[in-house]
Design a binder for this molecule. Structure first.
Ligand code: GDP
Ligand code: CA
Length: 323
């Protein structure tokens, strides 16, 4: 089993590469759920849905989120009724996901069980595991006050300066039996190129997560989402700077620190190799920009070979590969 930690768009791309490279049931993706919120009475899990749609082959590749070919009739009608929250774009097919999830949660199913029902129905054979079944909500401290994450990210287009980040509810959140079992069976753990503060950050903050990752005696590899000091999209670079970290691949490597054994940086950052290696992690320099599906697969293969090179028993990782 290869276990990946992922947020939304950046995480989904590498998770998809891993899914196409591994035996399909040899991948577990632990996904951030601190972006989750309620809208129109429905429970929305943006990062889980992005990974699910991507692995299920139904993602909108232009946006990276939402369902390919979706339409907007429901949202338009909500707008005609004067609903104020149509700034969060939910397509008609996407609505079906949230309706199914909400109905099952109300019937007493866990988020993990509900997610499994949805992914199975889409034919996904990898395990998509919410980081926790408890509710956690990221809030961002800005000069305009403390904002709910989607308010900051979507409504205000992540334009506010970030002075702090809070994961409300995190004290009561703990890892699920499924997450614990996946980490226990892992032959490698991959930190996808997701936002280290608001995507990987909440995952690592869940009760029991750091301990379970640390206890796994297998290679742990992170891929930098920051290339040349910039996020490819989204606010990761501004967030790092706002919170006092170096907005660079080196800054990200420092955040993961002792938790990882290997760090993958882009060719554009080759000059950072020695400084990152000085932190005590092995460094792989390669192309990390995933423009198409071929790039996703290539990066996934390179990450897995790198992990195998750091493993005491490299055969366990290599036998999960399909080719
Ligand atoms: P979100 O929840 O949708 O914001 O997605 P994630 O947290 O999973 O990913 C956001 C991060 O992905 C950003 O910091 C981007 O720089 C990074 N990212 C997106 N595409 C790529 C890519 O092709 N390669 C790398 N290395 N990073 C990427
Ligand atoms: Ca997200």
């Amino acid at each position: 089993m290869i276990v990946a930690l992922a947020g939304g768009v950046g995480g989904a791309k590498l998770a998809h590469g891993l899914y196409q490279t591994l035996r399909p049931d040899a991948l577990s993706v632990i996904v951030n759920t601190a972006d989750d919120f309620e809208l129109f009475g429905l429970r929305i899990s943006p990062d889980a849905d992005t990974v699910m749609y991507t692995l299920g082959g139904v993602a909108n590749n232009q946006t990276g989120w939402g369902v390919a070919g979706d339409t907007w009739q429901t949202l338009e009608m909500l707008g005609r009724y004067g609903h104020e929250s149509t700034w969060f774009r939910i397509g008609d097919r996407d609505f079906a996901t949230h309706i199914m999830r909400t109905e099952q949660l109300r019937a007493g199913q866990s988020l993990t069980a509900t997610t499994h029902t949805l992914t199975s129905a889409l034919g996904i054979r990898a395990w998509l595991l919410p980081m926790s079944d408890q509710i956690v909500a990221t809030e961002v401290e800005t000069p305009a006050g403390r904002l709910h994450f989607q308010d900051y990210f979507v409504r205000r287009h992540h334009a506010d300066e970030v002075r702090g980040v809070v994961f409300a509810g995190i004290e009561s959140a703990h890892i699920t039996a499924e997450v614990d079992a996946a980490l226990g069976q892992a032959s490698a753990i991959v930190f996808c190129p997701s936002n280290p503060i608001v995507s990987i950050g909440p995952i690592l903050a869940v009760g029991g997560m750091r301990e379970a990752i640390a206890a796994a005696r297998v290679p742990k590899i992170a891929i930098s989402p920051i290339i040349g000091g910039k996020a490819l999209r989204g606010p990761a670079d501004q967030m790092l700077a706002g919170l006092g970290y170096d907005a660079s691949a080196l800054g990200v490597a420092r955040i993961y620190g002792d938790l990882i054994d290997g760090f993958v940086i882009d060719q554009a950052d080759a000059e950072l190799e020695a400084q990152i290696a000085a932190l005590g992690v092995r460094v792989l320099v390669t192309n990390t920009v995933m423009r198409d599906e071929g790039d996703r697969r290539t990066l996934a293969q390179n990450v897995l070979r790198f992990a195998a090179s750091l493993a005491s028993d490299d055969a366990t990782i290599l036998k999960e590969l399909t080719d």
